[in-house]
Ligand binder design. Sequence first.
Ligand code: ZN
Ligand code: ZN
Length: 267
Amino acid sequence: MNNEIKLDKYVLDIHLENPEGRALDDFFRLLKITEKKAPILVSLIPSQIGGFSHDVNFSEEAKGILKRICLDRIIEPVQHGYYHHCPICFDEKTNSAVDFKDPFHEFSCFRRKVPREEIIKKIKAGREIIKDYLGYTPRIFSPPNFLYNESLLDILIEERFAYLMNAMIVLNSPYEYKGMLTVLHESNADIGRKKADSSIFYMHNDKIDFDFIEKIAPNLVSLNKLLEEQDVVNSYSFSGNLDYLINNSLKDYYKLLRDFLNIFKKR
Ligand SMILES: [Zn+2]
Ligand SMILES: [Zn+2]
């Protein structure tokens, strides 16, 4: 298999979700790349910008750089939940001796049904934080752990989001939900650079590869530009959406297996 990416245009979505783990140098590198006018999406967790995450928060310095790179409109902030984790499962993980559960889901918890009002309140509050701090009202939403359901898509339409970013195991064409929200499928950049079968790459916080980004920078385009040339499948009926069912079942099984294996790792 060829290791080089053959596409000539693609979109990159970097998840900056553990700011404490990132050296300030990395933010400067990101700034340098954006100076070459390479458009990049950056998925951000509002509570980390607001400084009240239970997990980690952005330092003032890192936030300052983030603000600078967002101001020139080359980097587009994407709203990545509100807390990013489920407060109940996060507490349990923190207080439990057998710590194997993954709390990094927010609106789709296996243990409880998150009330609709709570989701709306958090999405609105998170959007305000990004708007206040970075001067940009996000139009793209990426759900924590890429878990979503029809109810979340309806809320995103009501809240006037135009896109949902979803990292996929099985890749498929982007589709329009109820003609108002485009669901876009991202492939993991780490795997994607080998498979090269998606035009949207997702790069997780701990796997940001700046050399790779610099190499692909000339080929990076804005989401609008990419979608001008991509076919978007119209109006999927969600309940019969095989794509969603396959991907979500695979993700669920993967997570259960990971939690299970973690029990042994911790021993
Ligand atoms: Zn939970
Ligand atoms: Zn995340």
